[in-house]
Design a protein around this ligand. Sequence first.
Ligand code: MN3
Length: 202
Amino acid sequence: MAFTLPDLPYAHDALAGAGMSKETLEYHHDLHHKAYVDNGNKLIEGTEWAGKSLEDVVKGSYQKGAVAQNGIFNNASQHWNHMQFWEMMGPKGGAMPGELESRIKDAFGSVDEFKSQFAAAGAGQFGSGWCWLVVDTDGTLKVTKTENGVNPLCFDQTALLGCDVWEHSYYIDFRNKRPAYLDNFLNKLVNWENVAERLANA
Ligand code: MN3
């Protein structure tokens, strides 16, 4: 089925008080995400992927170990990544639900240690990519980083939290300061209830 650009789950200016401006969301959602949807649809039309679900396209078109991925994978995975990313943020901020907090403490020792590993993964991703909190195939929580559009679906992991570290995600609000963007993301933008829901469904 053709990909469609979902509306943001909040107004474009809803995250402005939490460090992500209306202008960033206008560029990032309305232009960048839309381009992945439009380009993905163009590339997929008439191919074996045309009738497949987005998840099947991402997993099926991923080329394990390849230095560069193909256009169908790049656009489909970035479409999936951004849909998760919008949901993983919210205007409310708020506390981490108890079950999520205790799983994070079990895996990393403390919430602060998790945040520091997550921020280090995002800051250490050379060039464009994402950093993630995932449930790995053995059931453990792990922090990972991926290049370009590669995501946890490629490794049969469940994505609990992901942060876009492509420059288009932070350059308007944070210029070249990726670590400041990551710190703000973790402490002001994450919708922990959404992360907890993903964990409950994992
Ligand atoms: Mn992006």
